[in-house]
Design a protein around this ligand. Structure first.
Ligand SMILES: C[S@@+](CC[C@H](N)C(=O)[O-])C[C@H]1O[C@@H](n2cnc3c(N)ncnc32)[C@H](O)[C@@H]1O
Length: 330
């Protein structure tokens, strides 16, 4: 059986660990495309699932047992629910739609409801015996036939992880926040920064608050709120293709380019555009973490005149990343 589990946004990781812990790994949980929505899979029966979630939890808001996962298609929903004998039963259709569609939740409820009514079901939105639950997650949907008792509703002990203005645009933004906490002096009001691999714009947003100007290089789009910042110039190109009129004080590189190739990009840019004494902040990204690759890259930087200040395993580095901070020789 599948379970649709909702949790406060930003706490998905913690919630996954919590469910696996309270269920002794009998419920395996994954994130979905949607914040705060997880999908669990288990061989436990409904009653056993209830028992698991009756334990003290911090992150769980709602758990809905799922009978079937279907492609998002109203005809398919109708076909699925029509198979059940709901003659004489008081029912309500409840649809929650997440994603972009050319129909509203209400339309889904009406379409399914009308068919079940024709088959002898009795619509009762106030006190239904049976709930036909449709949770749409963009292209797939979780369908269930439930009684109100089947849905587990809890109060999470935490609320949203981020205040609106603090919510990161992307996970990467948390890396630059960490770097700024430790090496904030790199970014001061008189500095010009060249940021490579900028989209969607988490690093640029944080850096631009602290410096004079940021050149943001990425063939992909920046988020509108970042692109429209006064001191941000989006160069919609690959890092290997850019030209700049003047030298910059700092180069930051968080592009999705692998290990040595990315180091070469940083080195070329540093040779061409970084002032002497300027800083390089470079995420070393590897297919699989390798100490020897990291050492080779450190050597590449060293031989190119970039002195290591530190190699940081940030809390928000992925397991195959590490962050290099260096300075170009005077
Ligand atoms: C992990 S994202 C960077 C996230 C970014 N630091 C932020 O905080 O929003 C990696 C980015 O590298 C970009 N990228 C990949 N190859 C690139 C290249 N050759 N030049 C510039 N950007 C590149 C991708 O388009 C992608 O947007």
């Amino acid at each position: 059986m599948y379970l649709l589990i909702t949790v406060p946004t930003g706490f998905e990781k913690e919630a996954i660990s919590e469910v696996e812990k309270i269920s002794n790994k009998k419920i395996i949980v994954k994130t979905t495309y949607f914040k705060g929505v997880l999908l669990g899979k288990t061989k436990l029966k409904k009653e056993e699932v209830k028992k698991v979630f009756s334990k003290d939890t911090t992150y769980i808001r709602k758990v809905i047992p799922v009978d079937r996962i279907e492609k998002t298609d109203i005809d398919k929903f109708v076909r699925f629910f029509s198979k059940f004998n709901l003659k004489g039963k008081k029912f309500a259709v409840r649809c929650k739609r997440r994603g972009v569609h050319n129909f509203a939740s209400k339309e889904v409820e009406v379409r399914v409801g009308e068919v079940i009514k024709k088959l002898g079901g009795i619509v009762d939105l106030e006190n239904p015996e049976i709930i036909l639950s449709i949770e749409i997650l963009q292209d797939f949907s979780c369908l269930s036939i439930l009684t109100t008792k089947d849905i587990i509703v809890k109060k999470a002990k935490v609320e949203k992880k981020w205040k609106k203005e603090e919510r990161p645009i992307c996970r990467s933004e948390l890396k630059i926040r960490e770097i700024i906490k430790r090496y904030g002096f790199v970014f001061s009001k008189d500095k010009v920064v060249l940021d490579i691999g900028s989209a969607p714009g988490g690093w640029v947003r944080e850096i631009s608050k602290r410096v004079k100007k940021v050149f943001a290089v990425d063939p992909a789009e920046l988020e509108v709120s970042v692109k429209s910042l006064e001191n941000v110039v989006h160069i919609k190109k690959k890092a290997q293709e850019i030209e700049l009129k003047d030298k910059v004080d700092v180069i930051t590189n968080d592009a999705n380019i692998l290990d040595k190739e990315s180091a070469e990009v940083s080195i070329n840019l540093s040779n061409k555009f970084l002032k002497k004494g300027g800083f390089l902040i470079h995420t070393i990204k590897m297919k699989r973490f390798s100490k020897s690759i990291v050492e080779e890259i450190e050597k590449m930087f060293k031989y190119s005149g970039i002195e290591k200040i530190s190699l940081l395993k940030l809390r928000y580095n992925t397991r195959n990343e590490i962050t290099f901070i260096g300075r170009k020789h005077d």
